[in-house]
Design a binder for this molecule. Sequence first.
Ligand code: PDD
Length: 288
Amino acid sequence: MDLAMIGKRIVKFEELGPEYLDRGTFFGDGVYEVIRSYDGHIFALEDHLARFARSMQEIGIQGLTIKEVRTRVFRAFMEADLPNAKIYFHVTRGSEPRNHTAKEGLKPNFFLTIGSAPDSSQDKEQGVSVSTFPDWRWKRCDIKSLNLLPNVLARMNAVKKNCAEAILVDDSGEITEGSGSAFFAIDAKRKELITRPLGHEILPSITRQHVIRVAEGTELKVVERAITPADAVQTDELFLAVTTKDIVPVVRFDGRLIGDGMPGLLTKILIDRFAVMVRRSQKSELSA
Ligand code: PDD
């Protein structure tokens, strides 16, 4: 008899629900997105949906349209009625008995959660500490895949060291990005905003893209190049960029103080400009 064991309970294999046979669980065979709203308006929804579409396409998941995803996101957002929400969703290739190759025409599984977005005001005012960790990830980090074990191990290592984020360092000794965030440095003398160029080594972060856009109206010049941890500790300002918290200043890197140990002036300017850009996007949404 084909059997399965769920915790301590033995069940007939054919009685297993599809949630137990999800390829997401067996293989991390799926992709995800995290979106947030500010004051009742979802921010950069179309950017996130476009990235989701690309992630699905890159791994060949079919059978879920972006139009349908957009409808589901709005439905959940309306129902939850949270002005500042964090919306997580993923799609997996589907459910079937464990087999590396997937059956033709498998129906993808969609899953979404919505809750309050974290309050990042304290992080913004005081800054956070980060620590480095080897980048053990695969060679297509541009796909927002469910395979996050290296990110999880890196973040857990950072938290053990009382740090908020792990900064991943590749085999050539250069920083790629955070375990769950984009990474920026500011050279105040040269007026440079430095971040790693897009490529297969990092996620095309939506926040990164918007940070670059808001920086364009300042005296900062955007320079896309990789830096090492030794460069990072010498830089005047560092920050993380992520959907859930937008810009978070980094004040301590591997135990070394950055600047005077308080969020830098140029980072604060970017935080303010980001907030203005968010409000403007809400107004243009209302008048559209
Ligand atoms: N993480 N790099 C990585 C590896 C990430 O996981 C994330 C986001 C980012 C920032 O991307 P964005 O600006 O589009 O949020 C960069 C999400 C929030 C997460 O996994 O929870």
